[in-house]
Each structure stands twice: as C-alpha cells, then as structure tokens.
Write a protein of this length. Structure first.
Length: 277
C-alpha cells in the first residue's frame, strides 16, 4: 500500500494554523468556524461539492482574503523557530517575504503569452529580484524535474504548449522558487486521464523532493479528482456548506459510510469531467 502523505496527528512543526475562520459575502455565509492544522511535510487534499468554500479557504491561506473573524497563521521561514505569523494586517512587504517560500499552481495554469523561460522567470524577477543569468540554471533544472527537455522547451511560446506540457511548465514555475509550501488549485482540470496520471506522479515527486533548506515540503491540493486521491493517498479534508465535514487519512475517507461522503464520492468523476469539458 502506498504511504500516507498527510496526517492530522503529524508531530512535525505547524506550517498553517486556521482557527475559528468565518467569511461571508453579502448575506451568504461561505466559511463557518473553520479549524484546520497543517503540519510541515503534510500533503492535504481539500475536497467537497462545488460552492462549499474550498477556493475561498485557499484564498485565505494565500493571504488574498481577510477573514470576517478568526485567524490564519503560517510558519515564518525567514526567521526559523519564530512563532507563527497571523496573516491579518500584515503589510504587502511582509507578505512578499512570506510568499518567497510559497508557490501556487493555478487551475488554468495562468501562463501568459511569452516563452517558457519568461513564464519561469516571472516570480524570481518580481519577488527575488534575480537576474536572468541567475534564473536560467534554475529554470533548466526545474524543466528537467518535471520531465521536459530544457533545450527543446525553454524558448517555446505558451500558445504552442499542449495542455499537459502547460501544466508541467506551471509546476516548473513553482519549483524555480524552491518553495516549502505548494498550493494546487485543481491541478488536473482539463487533462485527459493519461496526462492526469502523469501530473499525479509529478505532484508526488515534487512533494517528496528534497528542498535546498533540507525542510520537508508541504502540499495543499484543491481537487475533485478521485484518481489523484487514490494514487497519492493524501490526508483528506472534506468541506460541506462552509464547514469541515471530514478530516483524516485517505483510507478512512474511502471506507467511510458518513452520509455526505458516499454521494459526493460518486459525483466526483462527473465534477472532474465537467472541468475537462
């Protein structure tokens, strides 16, 4: 049996701590009292019916949205061993210092219309103020790490990439930053099953790969992809109507007879297929 890649009882240091998180838009309550602890080295899949609050939760973790009440606190890798940082009220400069250690793989890749190198250089230029000469060896290594030939790929323009190649480039762009936390938003949406399986393996390799800091990498994945869950066997956090309904190992999630889980698991392939359409 493949190893469990996330556990709510992980003894490692805390990477993300969410306490009593509430968020509403107009009169609609989207997040209701969310409590969630993610430890360093965890792989956590956030699942649940469309509209249950998954993406809104992810945006709070990213520091894009402010809670109505409650808090989101994260590890400060700029000062190892320091207390967790509450994201609320931090300056943009301080947020940039935190995000240096993060990377995001968006649902639609979010690659712009330049070359592969220009896409990979975006964050090192903007966040770390690196020169192209400093970025190039990192970019080449990142492309190799995702199974692409740097010599054949680095000068290719975005519009010439297949869906699978674009997703690999999106992951490579994340790896260029040598992140300690990677956030994936529907990483296999729009892909056929064979290409999706390749991305599953890529996510696993990326999660387990050694970082420069010799610190275990943490991965959070918002997904409807049942095959991703079966292949990666992450810790599963299921949301429903703005609350956490289940939090535990994949094996317990797959075997659960809780009334909301069985119908949702049956719907997952259809929800994932709609995202491919």
């Amino acid at each position: 049996m493949p190893p469990q890649l996330g556990s709510p009882t992980n003894p490692a240091p805390i990477e993300i701590l969410i306490q009593g998180l509430h968020k509403s838009f107009d009169d609609r309550r989207v997040l209701i009292g969310i409590d969630l602890t993610v430890h360093r080295g965890d792989m956590v899949a956030i699942v649940g019916p469309s509209g249950c609050g998954k993406t809104v939760l992810l945006k709070h973790i990213m520091g894009i949205l402010e809670p109505d009440s409650g808090s989101v606190s994260v590890a400060d890798h700029e000062v190892p061993g320091s207390p967790l940082l509450n994201l609320s009220g931090l300056s943009e400069e301080r947020m940039d210092e935190i995000r240096i250690h993060w990377a995001i793989v968006f649902q639609r890749n979010a690659l712009f219309g330049g070359t592969v190198f220009e896409n990979l250089a975006l964050w090192p230029r903007e966040i770390r103020r690196m020169s192209d000469g400093e970025i190039l060896p990192r970019a080449r290594q990142a492309l190799q790490d995702v199974g692409l030939d740097p010599d054949r790929t680095i000068g290719v323009r975005r519009e010439a990439l297949s869906g699978g190649m674009a997703k690999r480039v999106a992951v490579a762009r994340a790896l260029v930053m040598n992140p300690l936390l990677i956030l994936y938003d529907e990483p296999t949406s729009g892909l056929d099953p064979d290409t999706g399986a390749q991305i599953h393996d890529l996510i696993r390799r990326t999660h387990l790969a050694e970082t420069v800091q010799k610190i275990a990498r943490t991965s959070i994945i918002v997904t409807h992809d049942t095959e991703l869950l079966r292949r990666l066997r992450p810790r599963v956090v299921m949301m429903n109507e703005g609350k956490i309904y289940f939090d535990g190992p994949f094996a317990e999630f797959a075997a659960s007879d809780l009334p909301m889980i069985t119908p949702y698991v049956r719907q997952m392939p259809l929800l994932h297929e709609r995202m491919r359409g």
